[in-house]
Design a protein around this ligand. Structure first.
Ligand code: JFZ
Length: 422
C-alpha cells in the first residue's frame, strides 16, 4: 500500500467544521438510529420516502450559517445507515429523486458550500440496513426472531461491496472537488449498550468493505482528499466520537491529526423532543480544548424534514460565531503551546502569539508559571486592551518574592476584576 500522504494544511489550520446528519430519519424525528432502535420493518420504514418533502431546503442558508459560526468546512451525510441516498445515484431507487423532493439534493449543497468559500466533505455510511445484499448484524432488524438472520445466508457481501464502491465512485466523480470523506464505521460492539457482553451492532470491517481498495479509489478520484479512520484501516486522521481527548492523539506512536465530532443535543439526526442542548460556553470550551491539544471539532446539526435547521441550533451557532469573530485568531492556524496552562485555563499558540483562555475568571491576578522573561506584551484579545504584568525572574532565590509566594519564573497578569462580557 502506498505511504499515507501528509494531510493538507487546510485541515489542521481551519479547526472547526459543521457536520450535517440528514435523511429519512428527520421525519420520525427521534434519532438517526430509529430504524434499529425501534426494530422497524423495512417496508414500514421505506414509507417515509412518500413523505420526504423538504420544501424549505435552502443549502445556501445552511452554508451561510456554517460560515457565520466560524466553521470552515461542512460534512453532509450522503447516505446514513438507513441506506437512503440524498443524491441521484444510478445504482439504487432508494434516493431523494424518488420522493416528493424529486431531485438530487447533494449537487446544490456542494454548490452552496463552495459558494460561501467553505470546504466540502461527504459522510458516507458503510453500513446499509436497506441494501438487499447487506448481511444483517446484531439487533437489526429483530434480535428475538432468528428467521430474520437466515436471510443472511443468501446475502452476498461482495455484491454490496460492489455497490458501495460504485456509489463512492459516483460521489467522487460527479460533484467536483470533494475535500474530505468521512466513512462510517468499522467498530465492533455496541457502545450504547450497557452490560456485558456488549450487543453486536456491526460485525464488519476492512475485509467486508474492501477498505484498501476503497481508500485507493477515493484518493485516485480525488487527489488531496482527506479520509477518516473508520474503514477499519488507518486513515489521515482519527475521529473520536463525542469524546474530547485531553492530549494530542497518536497513531503508532506518531502524532496524528484528529477531529472530535460532537452533537449539540446528543442526537445526530433531528430529534424533535430533545432540548438538551450544550451551552455556547461548553461548545466554545470544547473547541478551545481541542485546539490546545492539536485537534479539530466537527459540530453537528440535524435539519428537519422540511429542510430547516431548528432555531435553538441556529441561536447557538450564531453565538459561537460571535465569539469566533473576536477570538478566531486563537483558533485558526493555532495549536498546542508547549507550556503548561494554569488550572482551568488553556493555551493555544500561533507562531509567536500565545493565547491564554481562562475557563474561570480569577480574582484579579493570574499566575503563569514558566512564562517570566518570555512575554514582550500582554493584552486582552477581544479589544486589544493592555494587560499589565509582573515577573519573578527564573533565577530568583528568595522564597518570599512578594507575589503571593509564587515560584521563580512566574509571570503574573493583573486582570480587570470584572470579567469582560464577551
Ligand atoms: C456513528 C453513527 O452510528 C452515528 O449515527 C453517527 O453518524 C456518528 C457520527 O457515527 O456512530 C458511532 C460509531 C461508532 C462508535 C460510536 C458511535 N463507537 O464505536 O464508539
Amino acid at each position: 500500500m502506498p505511504a499515507r500522504p501528509t494531510v493538507p494544511d487546510w485541515f489542521s489550520h481551519d479547526r472547526f467544521g459543521m457536520f450535517i446528519h440528514w435523511g429519512l430519519y428527520a421525519l420520525p424525528a427521534r434519532h438517526e438510529w430509529v430504524m434499529t432502535r425501534e426494530q422497524r420493518e423495512l417496508s414500514d420504514y421505506e414509507r417515509y420516502t412518500e413523505f420526504f418533502d423538504p420544501d424549505l431546503y435552502d443549502p445556501v442558508a445552511w452554508a451561510k450559517l456554517a460560515k457565520r459560526a466560524g466553521m470552515k468546512y461542512v460534512v453532509i451525510t450522503t447516505k446514513h445507515h438507513e441506506g437512503f441516498c440524498l443524491w441521484d445515484s444510478q445504482l439504487t431507487d432508494y434516493k431523494a429523486t424518488n420522493t416528493p423532493a424529486g431531485r438530487d439534493l447533494i449537487a446544490p449543497f456542494v454548490e452552496a458550500v463552495r459558494g460561501e468559500g467553505l470546504r466540502v466533505g461527504f459522510y458516507h455510511s458503510l453500513l446499509d440496513w436497506h441494501h438487499p445484499e447487506y448481511p444483517i448484524d446484531g439487533i437489526h432488524p429483530r434480535r428475538d426472531d432468528p428467521t430474520r438472520f437466515e436471510a443472511n445466508e443468501t446475502r452476498d457481501i461482495a455484491k454490496y461491496r460492489e455497490y458501495l464502491h460504485g456509489q463512492v465512485r459516483e460521489l467522487l466523480t460527479n460533484y467536483g472537488r470533494v475535500d474530505y470523506l468521512f466513512y462510517d464505521f468499522s467498530w465492533k460492539g455496541d457502545p450504547h449498550h450497557e452490560g456485558n457482553p456488549p450487543r453486536l451492532w456491526n460485525a464488519k470491517g476492512n475485509e467486508d468493505w474492501g477498505g484498501e481498495e476503497l481508500m485507493a479509489l477515493t484518493r485516485e478520484l480525488q487527489p488531496g482528499i482527506i479520509v477518516n479512520d473508520r474503514l477499519g484501516i488507518p486513515g489521515d486522521l482519527v475521529t473520536p466520537e463525542q469524546y474530547q481527548p485531553s492530549r494530542p492523539m497518536t497513531l503508532d506512536g506518531v502524532e496524528v491529526p484528529w477531529e472530535a465530532c460532537q452533537t449539540m443535543n446528543g442526537s445526530w439526526g433531528y430529534d424533535r423532543d430533545n432540548h438538551d442542548f450544550k451551552s455556547v460556553d461548553t461548545i466554545v470550551k470544547m473547541l478551545i480544548d481541542g485546539v490546545a491539544n492539536n485537534g479539530n471539532m466537527l459540530l453537528n446539526v440535524g435539519p428537519t424534514g422540511r429542510g430547516t435547521i431548528e432555531a435553538e441550533s441556529q441561536r447557538i451557532l450564531g453565538e459561537v460565531g460571535a465569539w469566533m469573530d473576536l477570538h478566531g485568531r486563537s483558533i485558526y492556524g493555532a495549536g498546542p503551546s508547549g507550556f503548561t496552562a494554569p488550572v482551568d485555563g488553556r493555551y493555544t499558540r500561533r507562531g509567536d502569539r500565545l493565547y491564554l483562555h481562562l475557563f474561570s475568571w480569577p480574582p484579579q491576578h493570574c499566575h503563569l508559571p514558566g512564562l517570566a522573561g518570555k512575554v514582550r506584551y500582554a493584552q486582552l484579545l477581544h479589544d486589544a486592551s493592555e494587560i499589565h504584568f509582573a515577573e519573578i525572574p527564573p533565577d530568583t532565590q528568595a522564597v518570599n518574592t512578594g507575589m503571593g509566594g509564587q515560584p521563580a519564573g512566574t509571570l503574573t497578569l493583573t486582570l480587570p476584576v470584572r470579567r469582560p462580557d464577551v
